[in-house]
Ligand binder design. Structure first.
Ligand code: NAP
Ligand code: GCO
Length: 268
C-alpha cells in the first residue's frame, strides 16, 4: 500500500472561488481554504461590503480578491470566472455559498419571493458550476462544494422556498457528480446545522425580558451538542472536501450539524 501523504489535505497553488463570502459561513470557509494554501476569490453584491471584507481578510492574514457579482446574473458570473481564470489561475475549487432565506408562511408568500429564493439558492449554484466546469475539465480536476442545509432533508413552518431550493441543491450535487465524475470533478455538499450568523440572527434575538428566543431554546434542545454551530465548525469539513484527501468522495452531503439529523429529540 502506498503511504498516505498528509499533504493531500493541503491546497497549495489551488484557486478557490467562494461565493457570497463577505461574511458569515463563506468568509470562514474562505479563510480556512486560504490557511490550507489556496488563493481566494470571492464575491458579493455591494462594493462597500467587498472592500470591508478585503480588509477583514487582511486582518486574518488572507490576501483575497473580491468581485462585485450577483450570482443570479449569468453574464456577470461568466465575466467574473473569466477574470479569475486569467488573473489568479483557472479555478480548482468552487464553493457555492451565497444564499438567502425568506421566512414567510407558504400561503402568505408571493410567488415572486419564492422565485427569488430558488433563483439565489438553486439556480445560481447551477450558473456558477456551469461557468467553472469547462476550466476544470481542461485542468483535469475540480472540486465543487454546495452549501446545503438541514432543510435539504427536513421541512419546517415558513421556509417552503428555502427547503425546496436546498433540497434541489442536494440533487444538483448528485447530478454534477453523475455527469462530471468521469472528468475527475468531485461535487459534494456541506449541510450546516444551525450556525450563528447574520442569517440566523433573528432566531437568536434575546426576548425583551433578556431570556433566550424560543427558537434558540428549541435548537439547543434539538442539537445533541447542545449549542449553535460557529462558522469555524465549517472549516475542517470544507478543507477536506476541497482537498485531494477526498478524491473518491463524490455526490455526498456532509452534515455539520452537531448531530441534529441523528436525533429524534429530547424525551419528555
Ligand atoms: P449570510 O451571513 O447572510 O451570508 C450570505 C452571503 O450571501 C452574504 O455575504 C451575501 O452577500 C451573499 N449573497 C446573497 N445573495 C447573493 C447574490 N445574489 N449574489 C451574490 N452574493 C449573494 O448567511 P450565512 O449564514 O453565512 O449563509 C451562507 C450559506 O449557508 C447560505 O447558502 C445559507 O443558506 C447556508 N446555510 C446557513 C446556515 C446557518 O445556520 N447560518 C445553515 C445552513 C445553511 P451580499 O449581501 O454582500 O451580496
Ligand atoms: C431556518 C434557518 C435555517 C438555517 C439552516 C439550517 O429558518 O430554519 O434559517 O434555514 O439557516 O439552513 O440548516
Amino acid at each position: 500500500m502506498e503511504e498516505f501523504n498528509m499533504n493531500s489535505f493541503f491546497l497549495k497553488d489551488k484557486v478557490a472561488l467562494v461565493t457570497g463570502a463577505s461574511d458569515g459561513i463563506g468568509f470562514g470557509i474562505a479563510c480556512g481554504l486560504a490557511k490550507a494554501g489556496a488563493k481566494i476569490a470571492f464575491n458579493g453584491r455591494s462594493q462597500a461590503k467587498i472592500d470591508a471584507a478585503v480588509e477583514r481578510y487582511k486582518e486574518n492574514g488572507v490576501d483575497a480578491r473580491g468581485f462585485v457579482c450577483d450570482v443570479t446574473n449569468e453574464e456577470s458570473v461568466v465575466a467574473m470566472v473569466k477574470q479569475i481564470n486569467e488573473e489568479l489561475g483557472v479555478i480548482d475549487i468552487l464553493v457555492n455559498n451565497a444564499g438567502i432565506i425568506k421566512r414567510i408562511p407558504m400561503t402568505e408568500m408571493d410567488a415572486s419571493d419564492f422565485r427569488l429564493v430558488i433563483d439565489t439558492d438553486l439556480t445560481a449554484p447551477f450558473i456558477c458550476a456551469k461557468a467553472v466546469i469547462p476550466g476544470m475539465i481542461e485542468k483535469g480536476h475540480g472540486k465543487i462544494i454546495n452549501i446545503c442545509s438541514m432543510m435539504s432533508e427536513l421541512g419546517r413552518e415558513t421556509v417552503s422556498a428555502y427547503a425546496a431550493a436546498k433540497g434541489g441543491l442536494k440533487m444538483l450535487t448528485r447530478n454534477i457528480c453523475a455527469e462530471y465524475g468521469h472528468a475527475n470533478i468531485q461535487c459534494n455538499g456541506l449541510g450546516p446545522g444551525y450556525i450563528a450568523t447574520k442569517q440566523t440572527a433573528p432566531l437568536r434575538e434575546r426576548q425583551p425580558d433578556g431570556s433566550r428566543h424560543p427558537f434558540d431554546q428549541f435548537i439547543i434542545a434539538k442539537t445533541p451538542a447542545e449549542r449553535w454551530g460557529e462558522v469555524e465548525d465549517m472549516i475542517g469539513p470544507a478543507v477536506f472536501l476541497a482537498s485531494d484527501a477526498s478524491n473518491f468522495v463524490n455526490g455526498q452531503i456532509l452534515y455539520v450539524d452537531g448531530g441534529i439529523l441523528a436525533y429524534i429529540g429530547k424525551q419528555p
